[in-house]
Write a protein that binds this ligand. Structure first.
Ligand SMILES: Cc1ncc(COP(=O)(O)O)c(C=O)c1O
Length: 378
């Protein structure tokens, strides 16, 4: 039985993208960032495909995501970096998950867990080099380093990494990039002088992996480019390098019918037919991650052509107007895909909506099954 709706994920594309990124990162290891359910592609299958392509690390935001990787049998280096005071690190430490530490308090919480489970915590000390999100500010960095070294001397932790994150890597030439790298180099130098011997220093996201050789250090941490989407669309690097978008979002028309001229369509009658025409009902809506702002705006591929959404995107459905073209209930609609056959891409949707492709793919809802294959499976 063919599925009615699906986000088809091309795992070969993910592996291929990782291979290309590794070549680009010349000599650095690669951490595939698979947080947020693998940017909507499915975390565990995406992680496996990335490892097959040469990723030696996995990166996630939350402890729960890290433990999901472990429960799936992904036992290699996996790092996680976002938690609030009071979270329990016991399971993560016991499972050898690498943990970011951004403050003395966090080191204490993490080594508390290490003491309880009888295993050394693997720490990556995070410097805030100018993003002003997480990470120790320059003034707090020496005490963070000291706390980590004390924990290491007590046998409760190993300092595996020194790391940070860039604010404007997707804006080549932005002065903050060089400024952040200088602050990072200073932070690394201070830590090394204090006695830290990091296995990996890392700061590069996809944009930096692609455009900033000086930011690659020992390990790069691409996310969006692993999924074949462009971190800097204005440069068109993803396409020119041969990265392949991995997700194709499809549905089958639930209903097709003729209506007369002047017919209001969907909630609020924000679309009125201009002539007798054929409407097709697509069974996906904002509850599935189709942005309601896409009303009368976004295009999908149906019957061999792009069609604009006609009227309001509802919770579970929207309508397209195909004029007099012959379409039938059950016909496939491609909402977005790699773009090879003319269908819109996630990047096209992002541009129409004034957002980034990250938001398009990560918001695809849990109600849509992810199906996996090699190639686009068409
Ligand atoms: C800490 C960290 N590193 C790396 C990434 C990957 O970034 P990108 O998807 O732009 O490559 C992210 C994603 O937001 C992140 O939060």
């Amino acid at each position: 039985m063919s599925v009615t709706t699906a986000a088809r994920v091309d795992l070969t594309a993910i592996g291929h993208n990782v291979e290309l990124l590794r070549e680009r990162a010349v000599g650095a290891e690669l951490m595939a960032v698979v947080k947020a359910d693998g940017y909507g592609h499915g975390m565990v299958p995406a992680a496996r495909a990335a490892i097959a392509g040469g990723a030696s690390w996995l990166g996630v935001a939350t402890l729960e995501e890290a433990m999901t990787l472990r429960r799936a049998g992904l036992d290699g280096p996996a790092m996680c970096w976002l938690y609030a005071p009071g979270e329990r690190f016991d399971d993560a430490v016991a499972a050898d998950v690498d943990l970011s530490a951004t403050s003395v308090g966090q080191v204490e919480e993490i080594i508390g867990a290490a003491g309880r489970v009888g295993r050394q915590a693997r720490l990556h000390l995070k410097a805030d080099t100018g993003l002003s999100r997480s990470g120790a500010a320059a003034a707090d960095w020496p005490s963070l380093v000291d706390a980590a070294l004390r924990a290491q001397a007590e046998g409760l932790a190993t300092v595996v990494g020194l790391w940070s994150h860039l604010a404007c890597a997707d804006e080549p030439g932005h002065p903050s990039i060089a400024a952040q790298l200088r602050v990072f180099d200073d932070a690394v130098e201070l830590a090394e002088k204090a006695g830290v011997r990091p296995e990996v220093r890392h700061i590069a996201n996809s944009a930096a992996t692609l455009t900033l050789p000086e930011a690659r250090y020992d390990l790069v941490r691409p996310g969006i480019a692993v999924y074949g989407l462009d971190p800097i669309p204005s440069l068109g690097l993803a396409r020119s390098l041969g990265l392949r978008p991995a997700m194709t979002l499809t549905a089958r028309l639930a209903l097709v019918k003729r209506v007369g001229a002047g017919q209001g369509v969907s909630y609020g009658h924000r679309y009125i037919t201009s002539a007798e025409t054929t409407l097709g009902l697509v069974p996906l809506g904002y509850a599935d991650g189709i942005p309601r702002q896409g009303t009368n705006l976004l295009e999908v591929w149906a019957g061999g052509r792009k069609r604009r959404i006609a009227g309001t995107v509802c919770m579970d459905q929207f309508v397209i107007d195909v004029g007099d073209d012959a379409i039938q209930a059950g016909d496939e609609v491609i909402l977005f895909g790699p773009g090879d056959d003319g269908e819109p891409t996630a990047q096209d949707w992002a541009e129409m909506l004034g957002t980034i492709s990250y938001e398009i793919v990560t918001r695809i809802g849990a109600r849509i099954p992810r199906t996996y294959g090699e190639g686009t499976d068409r």
